[in-house]
Ligand binder design. Structure first.
Ligand code: ISL
Length: 574
């Protein structure tokens, strides 16, 4: 197989708060994770992506960092993290850290110094702006721009003491760093090199396409555009002014030169993946083009936005399979020399088996397997999010008081204040809320799924007595073993890594089919993505091939393709 090691790798994301708790405080930790590395090794993944464990007030579960060079006591110590890095390496795997450098916590010393006075040498490390002309600071409408934040409400927080506002695209406890200031960039480079020296193999960079803001020559920022999703909030969509901004590629190129080009301590190349809400395909192609080194991969949000309605994320609608196929195929074929990051799930997305599969008892296992097959046999590096390999489902609770996620809680408050029916908002939250992804990992059928001996910070999925890692390992027909085989196929079959991609049956409403070709090797994937039987009149040429993986025992039928609900097959010929 050609190219750097990460082209044939599979990444496994651990959200440490929900992975494994070693000390009974109900929150997962590093020692818990160290004790579960066998699970990852057995699954066959190559890379562990660790969501943030740095010191943090935990306003956004660690995506609000108050010290970039230590570990929060809730997760353990720096020595535990060193041990994790060694433990991962000893198993022949690698580890990448999640770094959040678009913003810090408001409790980071940088921000404390910046806030201390308008004369502070660090004042300009963040975005401080006076009230809108003619308005009194701290009153509604006085914000420097009318942008709506990712976590509801305005993106500006009034600071009475210094008489200015600071910018926070996320929660008020996550002030945005000012990347225009070269000192900020140097500080970020130094911090990242410090982690490389400690032995990490790369980074996942949080919302990294938001770091360049469209600031005018006079220092002002433009107002946003009207959006139906924001009706009733009095705020506008400012994303055009902070997404994929004018200096983004310059900053990324500099990051590459200053940090990534140096490689890992092991002497190997590092791997980098940038989270990029709102990234376009041409931009992703340019960012991941090895000829102009910036990042190795980016996470697109296009496919996971296809079920958003006119009201946005909280207005979910049915997925159109032809639209999903068209989008994924465009990314498969449109990245040029760049490389895809393939994902269905992470800690921000609802569980895929509940979202686009069917989590009813008769379809959960097959739909989870089929979704896995379709994703893993495409071109790119697949990312598995903890629990996805078990076919873990969404969970919902009766009242808003049971939810923990800052995005969900803020949205609920804002929507209800604007007049929405609380039951309706709660229903939307149960479908799309981020806590769906954050219920603790069920390991065994013991109380709390073996996640903790105490009370978990978020309830365990009630299905845990049957749906857990132990039962998965014990059953050769489980989703877990299916994922293990998919990962093995990537490691053993060059066509999975390097093959060209061709979408078949683009208009079919139920069937997702594609062909990968490398020389004479042809891999065909055919999947019924629905809960009813599907047939395709076309001969897909799979009758004579070798079946590599199938959700069902093969039917007696020969050439014609008739698929049972959620049936899928991967067939190799040539
Ligand atoms: O979750 C989302 C869907 O509404 C996104 O808006 C999400 O906030 C966005 O993808 C950015 O995510 C990343 O940065 C956030 C953090 O809360 C997320 O967990 C992280 O993945 C702020 O750091």
């Amino acid at each position: 197989m050609t190219g750097p090691w990460w082209r044939s790798a599979v990444v496994y994301q651990v959200y440490p708060r929900s992975f494994a708790d070693s000390d009974g405080d109900g929150v997962g930790d590093l020692r818990g994770l160290i004790g579960r590395l066998d699970h990852l090794e057995r699954l066959g993944v190559d890379v562990l992506w660790l969501s943030p464990v740095y010191p943090s007030p935990q306003d956004d579960n660690g995506y609000d960092i108050s010290d970039y060079r230590d570990v929060d006591p809730v997760f353990g110590t720096l020595a535990d993290l060193d041990e994790l890095i060694d433990g991962v390496h000893a198993r022949g795997m690698r580890i990448i850290l999640d770094v959040v450098v678009n913003h810090t916590s408001d409790e980071h010393p940088w921000f404390a110094q910046s806030r201390a006075s308008s004369e502070s040498p660090k004042r300009d490390w963040y975005w401080w702006r006076p009230p809108r002309a003619g308005h009194v600071g701290g009153t509604p409408g006085a914000e420097p721009t009318d942008w709506h934040g990712f976590f509801s409400g305005p993106v500006w927080e009034w600071d009475e003491a210094s008489g200015e506002y600071y910018l926070h695209l996320f929660s008020a406890k996550q002030p945005d760093l000012n990347w225009e200031n070269p000192q900020v960039r140097t500080a970020v480079h130094e911090m990242l090199r410090w982690w490389v020296d400690r032995g990490v193999d790369g980074f996942r960079l949080d919302v990294i396409n938001l770091i360049s803001k469209a600031v005018r020559a006079d220092g002002s920022l433009p107002d946003g555009a009207d959006s139906p999703a924001l009706a009733g909030t009095g705020l506008a969509d400012g994303s055009a002014h902070y997404t994929n901004g004018p200096r983004l590629q310059e900053f990324l190129g500099e990051l590459h030169r200053e940090v990534f080009a140096g490689g890992a301590r092991s002497g190997d190349v590092l791997v980098t993946v940038g989270e990029m809400p709102g990234v376009t395909l041409p931009l992703a192609r340019s960012i991941t083009d090895p000829a102009t080194p910036q990042l190795d991969m980016v996470f697109t949000f296009e496919h996971v936005s296809l079920d958003h309605g006119p009201g946005g994320k909280w207005d979910a609608q049915a997925l159109s399979l032809p639209a999903l196929k068209a989008n994924l195929a465009a990314w498969q074929q449109g990245l040029g020399d760049g490389w895809n990051a393939l994902y269905w799930n992470n800690h921000d997305q609802p569980r895929i088996v509940s979202r686009w599969g069917d989590d009813a008892p008769e379809h959960r296992v097959t739909s989870a397997k089929t979704l896995g097959t379709v994703l893993h046999l495409m071109r790119g590096t697949p990312f598995v999010y903890q629990g996805e390999e078990l076919g873990l489902t969404n969970t919902s609770w009766p009242g808003i008081e049971d939810y923990r996620d800052v995005e969900t809680l803020n949205h609920y408050r804002e929507a209800v204040r604007a007049g929405a029916d609380p039951a309706h908002v709660l229903a939307a939250v149960s479908v799309m809320g981020r806590d769906n992804a954050r219920t603790p990992m069920p390991w065994t059928d013991a109380p709390q799924g073996g996640f903790t001996s105490g009370t978990p910070w978020l309830p365990v999925n009630p299905a845990y007595p049957q749906l857990n890692a132990d039962t998965g390992w014990a059953d050769p027909g489980s989703v877990l073993h299916h994922y293990r085989r998919l990962i093995e196929l990537r490691h053993t079959l060059p066509v999975v890594v390097d093959g060209d991609f061709e979408l078949l049956l683009p208009e079919h409403e139920q069937v997702f089919a594609y062909r990968r070709t490398l020389g004479t090797q042809v891999l065909t994937v055919v999947a019924n993505m629905s809960s009813t039987p599907a047939s395709a009149s076309t001969d897909l040429g799979i009758a004579d091939g070798q079946v590599l993986l199938a959700t069902h025992l093969l039917p007696d039928a020969s050439g014609d393709v008739v698929l049972r609900p959620w049936e899928s097959r991967a067939v190799l010929s040539g």
